[in-house]
Design a protein around this ligand. Structure first.
Ligand code: GAP
Length: 497
């Protein structure tokens, strides 16, 4: 992970927000290559989800909506995470990420240990328990730790659990609900009546505008409304680079179906669609898995939620949630606004509030996944037999920030440069391309490998003096072959879509 973060910074994918002021926790900036990569992910999703389907339309709603939207949706009352404070260090923790265990020796609890959630939560607790026993010089057999998170702590345990910040007990508070919505004030008055929220999800825009789309969009059930946009959550512990941040981008789609439709089949179809889409942008199947939320943990209105999980270097984590939400949201807005949200079905002559299947994913999480899956360091042997390290980002041509690098073999040969410039200009009309004439050709290939450019073309003397072909060098295999300009455009047309 450290190497990926370093590469992201070094090559201008991702910077800390406000870095010159020491950064701002939970906020990030996308540099020249990162913004291209992000745009490509967004564009692929939009093209596949909206333009290439006949049953999904697009929408772009405002980030700040009427505060009543968030009352009706349940976010004002319930969009919370459990928070634990350390009164001494002033650190704050998400209770479900702070784990503890009793230290039990010969059946007696002799103290408590705590750690923050990680891939090694149980092992770390065990190590801490052993070290605790040694320090306190307690004799006897230590029982294996039982990891619990702070939401499971009994009232009498809380004051005995050490704070991860100080290592001492007595300073942690009991968990309390912390609302994650960012508040702001709209208008010149700053009082309770002017409070509004930055949206914590884009989804509510689709519900609130449902009637507008039905009345104007020539849509018939089943159909979807899709939106891409920024969402904001005051996460207690933003972490793992851009995985959990306070400002992020979502790509959400609400797929409305009849009340008596086979929601389970529709849910399964969307899970399959989302997984296929992730494969189409180059994520390896081996890193993807499905997690079905247990029935007892679902919200009362939810019929089922399945997450597509991704194997990040810091663990298997949620990438894409696909939820069957019944007709809860539309019903809530109908009740709160007094405006009906029913759909009239011409075929059955029935009026009903449609149900919805919601695939919701974060652009930043996909971007992190493609960086993690694509990053490799490998030993390669050059033509002189020297072994050297190369860092390569295996990004799909669909999303790679630069599709082709155009390299004149020598920068001081006018004819080579002129032909390279000409090709570069032609390619630029359709694709993100890069012109590089600095340094040895091998070094130029390496620079492109590191940013995920799938192909390099080199203009050499044969290009000028013989048949006009140039060398195409492929990033992953490092194979080279001669290719004509028409073949290059055909290759790009097929692979970049
Ligand atoms: N409308 C449903 C909804 O927003 P969610 O599971 O809270 O559901 C959907 O969010 C997706 O948004 C997640 O699967 C994840 O990809 C992304 N996401 C959520 N919180 C995020 C955060 N703090 N930072 C980055 N991405 C986040």
């Amino acid at each position: 992970m450290d190497n990926i973060v370093a590469l992201a910074k070094r090559r201008g994918f991702i910077f800390q927000s406000s870095e010159i002021y020491g950064g701002f926790n939970g906020f990030f900036d996308y540099g020249p290559l990162g913004s291209e990569l992000k745009k490509n992910i967004r564009d692929c999703w939009w093209n596949d989800m909206v333009r290439r389907r006949d049953d999904v339309v697009g929408l772009e709603t405002s980030i700040i909506m009427h505060p009543k939207v968030w009352e009706a949706s349940g976010h004002v009352a319930g969009f919370t995470d459990p928070l634990v404070d350390c009164k001494v260090s002033k650190q704050r923790y998400r209770a479900d990420q702070l784990f503890f265990s009793a230290v039990v020796v010969e059946g007696q609890t002799v103290g408590y240990v705590s750690v923050l959630e990680s891939e090694r939560t149980a092992e770390e607790l065990q190590e801490k328990a052993e070290s605790f026993k040694r320090k306190k010089a307690v004799q006897g057999k230590l029982a294996p730790v039982i990891a619990k998170d702070m939401t499971e702590a009994q009232p009498d345990e809380i004051e005995k659990i050490p704070s991860p910040a100080t290592g001492e007990p007595g300073s942690l508070t009991p968990p309390r609900a912390f609302n994650m919505m960012f508040e702001t004030n709209v208008g010149a008055m700053r009082d309770a009546s002017s409070v509004a929220y930055l949206r914590p999800e884009t989804a509510q825009g689709m519900f609130v505008d449902f009637k507008n789309v039905v009345d104007t969009g020539r849509v018939k059930l089943p159909f979807g409304i899709a939106q891409i946009g920024k969402s904001f959550r005051n996460e207690i512990t933003p972490r793992n680079f851009i995985f959990r941040s306070r400002e992020f981008e979502q790509m959400e789609m609400e797929y409305f179906i009849a009340e008596d439709a086979d929601w389970s089949k529709c849910h399964q179809d969307w899970i399959a669609w989302c997984k296929d889409w992730l494969l189409s942008i180059g994520l390896p199947e081996s890193h993807l898995s499905l997690y079905a939320h247990p029935k007892e943990k679902l919200a009362f209105y939810s019929k089922g939620t399945v997450d597509i999980m991704f194997k990040y270097p810091f663990g298997v984590q949620e990438l894409w949630g696909i939820a069957a939400r019944g007709n809860y949201d539309l019903t809530q807005h109908a009740t709160a606004s007094g405006k009906p949200m029913e759909y009239f079905d011409e075929a059955s002559k029935k009026k009903f509030v449609p149900h919805v299947i919601e695939p919701a994913v974060g652009v930043d999480r996909i971007l992190l996944a493609v960086l993690c899956a694509g990053y490799a360091e490998e030993d390669v042997t050059d033509e002189k037999g020297n072994v050297e390290k190369r860092t390569v980002l295996r990004l799909s041509p669909r999303i790679a920030p630069v599709k082709v690098a155009v390299l004149p073999l020598l920068k001081n040969k006018e004819l080579l440069v002129a032909r390279a410039r000409e090709l570069h200009t032609k390619l630029k009309r359709k694709y993100a391309v890069f012109y590089d004439d600095g340094g040895a050709i091998g070094r130029r290939y390496r620079r492109q490998d590191e940013i995920g450019t799938p192909w390099c073309v080199t203009i050499d003397f044969d290009t000028i003096e013989k048949d006009g072909t140039f060398t195409l060098r492929e990033r992953d295999s490092m194979q080279q072959k001669r290719i004509t300009e028409a073949e290059l455009f055909a290759l790009l047309d097929e692979q970049v879509y």
